[in-house]
Design a protein around this ligand. Structure first.
Ligand SMILES: [Zn+2]
Length: 237
């Protein structure tokens, strides 16, 4: 996720694991000799790492690593680099050290691997963000109007209400800049992403309109729930 120079010759590496979530580790003398970590401490890399735990809160020691997938393509294209950096930052924000959520590792791994072209980057990001927010406890409520409680049956327009973390019917809310409208397809797709039944291979079939509405709604949702703009999100706009 992140690599920083540490002391004279060491590197401090922030990495994400399937079992323990986010961890920090010191790669001793990694700046003098790269032998134990050949090409595997670059951002976004999928790596098999050998490390030892130290006591809670302090960095572990990294012994050695083996590169599984360097995702070179993510470092050669500004759009893909921004998207990947954003995924890392959102993961760090939603799942800081000490918060372990095994499904997030796979989500991050699969999403980084799916970032192959600028054309699909938007859709991959939307799917990643909605799923990560769900795992983080910020699922958007799509079943009923968040005000009058009338069930939403998948017909007609609704609006997204960030302050309620859900949708509202048109009797209870009007579309505006802060309350973007949601088409039935946008609601359906978001629901599928949240419950994990959306396949990234269906992305090509989505209308641009759906992607744009979801992008708007998720941006407002994230800003409202996380009460901050993530630093890298500005590069995506
Ligand atoms: Zn209503």
């Amino acid at each position: 996720m992140r690599v920083k120079e540490f002391g004279e010759t060491d590197l401090l590496v922030t990495f994400f694991t399937p079992t323990h979530g986010q961890l920090k580790g010191v790669a001793k003398a990694a700046r003098k000799s790269r032998k134990r970590f050949v090409n595997c401490l670059d951002r976004f890399s999928l790596v098999s790492l050998e490390y030892a735990f130290k006591k809670e809160g302090s960095p572990s020691f990294l012994h050695c690593g083996k590169l599984l997938d360097g995702h070179e393509e993510l470092r050669c294209d500004f759009g893909l680099l921004s998207a990947a950096s954003y995924m890392i930052e959102l993961t760090e924000t939603l799942f800081p050290s000490g918060v372990s959520e095994p499904r997030v590792f796979d989500l991050l791994k699969d999403s980084l691997a799916s970032l192959t072209s600028a054309k699909t980057a938007d859709a991959v990001l939307i799917a990643f963000e909605a799923r990560a927010m769900t795992f983080g406890g910020y699922r958007v409520n799509l079943e009923k109007c968040s005000k009058c409680r009338r069930p939403y049956k998948g017909e007609g327009m609704a609006v997204f209400k960030p302050e309620r973390g859900g949708i509202a019917c048109l009797r209870c809310g009007q579309p505006s800049h802060l309350h973007p409208s949601m088409t039935p397809e946008a609601v359906e797709v978001l629901g599928k992403i949240q419950e994990g039944s959306f396949s990234l291979s269906d992305i090509d079939r989505l209308k641009d309109e759906t992607l744009n509405l979801l992008k708007k709604a998720l941006k407002l949702h994230r800003e409202y729930r996380l009460e901050q703009r993530l630093k890298t999100s500005k590069y995506l706009e």
